[in-house]
Design a protein around this ligand. Structure first.
Ligand code: IMO
Ligand code: MG
Length: 427
């Protein structure tokens, strides 16, 4: 794995962290390239459970350099909290190990306040965001008037000046549009100037650092957050996040060209989940869905919300393979289905008399689609101890082959449990 992107092929929470941790053992540089503290990446190593929001999971391997790329919206409160937690657990997360792009945008307190106020005002039209300020921070980045970059934070006068002009606008929005409380510039300046000093030694042009690492033949792991269906361009808009979660986002969000990428692994659960609002064609509204939720303990790592559960959807897998140019799939949470007698896989959608093989971009079309299912026998045997493909029950192998065939993508990794070694390399 010279330069590998690991990204979500569904609606996030696919078990990317588990796969990143597994592959991260071989990595020398690990990089987050989009999203922010909306991510909740849970990893189990030995008896320790880590939840990452802001830093790359690959940092668990002490030999990696950890990079927060320019495409990330950086929540400094979450970042330092995580850094301190990891340091307290014995990981060296200091200077020379963690690097932050000078071009990354910073999530400011008013972004979080606006995210939460805007969601509250939308009623039933709410996106169901994580409330971490992601949309407002990316909005300021794209809008160009008030974007606060890490490099702006490095200059005290500039920070004060940008904060004052931004807050003049944000406080009007908060108080007059949303009826929320205004924020105090002094207080924010004090907090962020302290953050800036702590951050300073880690700030650099991470694009130069990454390209140099690639030139030297180092193994670089690009860690996606969220998932393909949450991509602002290709996902179920407007029920998406505000970044490009797809493979192209790794290039723009890290400052490397597409020609440098060797492998793109799409992580996909053996079933599907979604947290937050928006369409989900194979969602189960019955006790089967509840059963999968309980078996898989499908509750959010960032917000604790119960995840919606449903059957594996191959139209989505094909779409994900297409927009990302996936070189393979990593199939996670196989073990959760160990006791389910009968499984369903959505092969395509029915729209009136038509059969749709491709995932429709228009949500109004998607609304009218019903999944076409193929029923598959469950394997009804434990897979958690399997360490090679041949250890899997025949019916579990048949399920993997069905997913490969319908997704038109080969499966290179299978996860059968949260532990690092509960991973099977296929082929
Ligand atoms: P990881 O990296 C699952 C969802 C939210 C909401 C929508 C927009 O752990 O897979 P946002 O706060 O980004 O503006 O919310 O996106 N969402 C996620 N769902 N996993 C995530 O991250 C998510 N990050 C955001 O629930 O529907
Ligand atoms: Mg998560």
């Amino acid at each position: 794995m010279p330069a590998t992107i690991v990204l979500g092929a569904q609606w996030g929470d696919e078990g990317k962290a588990k796969i990143v941790d597994f592959l991260g053992a071989e990595a020398e540089v690990v990089v987050r390239f989009q999203g922010g503290a909306n991510a909740g990446h849970t990893v189990k190593v030995g008896d320790q459970t880590y939840i990452f929001h802001a830093l790359p999971v690959g940092g668990i391997n002490p030999n990696t350099q950890c990079i927060v790329g320019n495409g990330v919206v950086l929540d400094l409160a979450a970042f330092f909290e995580e850094l301190d937690d990891l340091t307290a657990r014995g990981l060296d997360m200091g200077e020379g190990r963690v690097f932050v792009s000078n071009c990354a945008h910073v999530v400011m307190p008013y972004h979080k306040a606006l995210d939460q106020a805007a969601e509250a005002s939308k009623g039933s039209a709410a996106i169901g965001t994580t409330g971490r300020g992601i949309g407002p921070a990316y909005r300021d980045k794209i809008d160009r008037s008030h974007g606060m970059r890490v490099m702006d934070l490095m200059d005290t006068d500039r920070l004060r000046e940008r904060l004052d002009t931004a807050l003049a606008e944000k406080n009007q929005l908060l108080t007059q549009i949303y009826g929320a409380a205004p924020l105090d510039a002094e207080e924010i300046a004090r907090e962020y100037l302290a953050f800036a000093e702590r951050l300073r030694p880690m700030v650099t042009d991470t694009s130069i650092l990454l390209n140099k690492a690639l030139d030297e033949g180092k193994r670089v792991l690009f860690e996606g957050a969220q998932g393909t269906l949450l991509d602002v361009d290709h996902g179920t808009y407007p029920f998406v996040t505000s970044s490009n979660t797809t493979a192209g986002g790794a290039c723009t969000g890290a400052g490397v060209g597409p020609t440098r990428i060797d492998e793109i692994i799409g992580v996909t659960k053996a079933y599907m989940t979604r947290v937050g609002n928006g369409p989900f064609p194979t969602e189960l509204h019955d006790e089967e869905g509840e059963r999968i939720r309980e078996l898989g303990q499908e509750y959010g790592a960032t917000t604790g919300r119960a995840r919606r559960c449903g059957w594996f959807d191959a139209t989505i897998a094909r779409m994900s393979a297409r927009v990302n140019g996936l070189t393979s799939l990593a199939l996670t949470r196989m073990d959760i289905l160990d006791t389910v007698e009968s499984l369903k896989v959505c092969t395509a959608y029915k729209l009136g008399d038509e059969v749709l093989e491709e995932f429709p971009a228009d949500p109004r079309v998607l609304d009218k689609c019903t999944p076409i299912y193929e029923e598959i026998d469950g394997w009804c045997a434990p897979t958690t101890e399997a360490r090679s493909y041949d250890d899997l029950p025949e019916k579990a192998k048949a399920y993997v082959r069905k997913i490969e065939e319908l997704s038109r993508t080969s499966v290179s990794l299978i996860s059968v449990g949260p532990e690092r070694d509960a991973t099977i390399r296929v082929g």
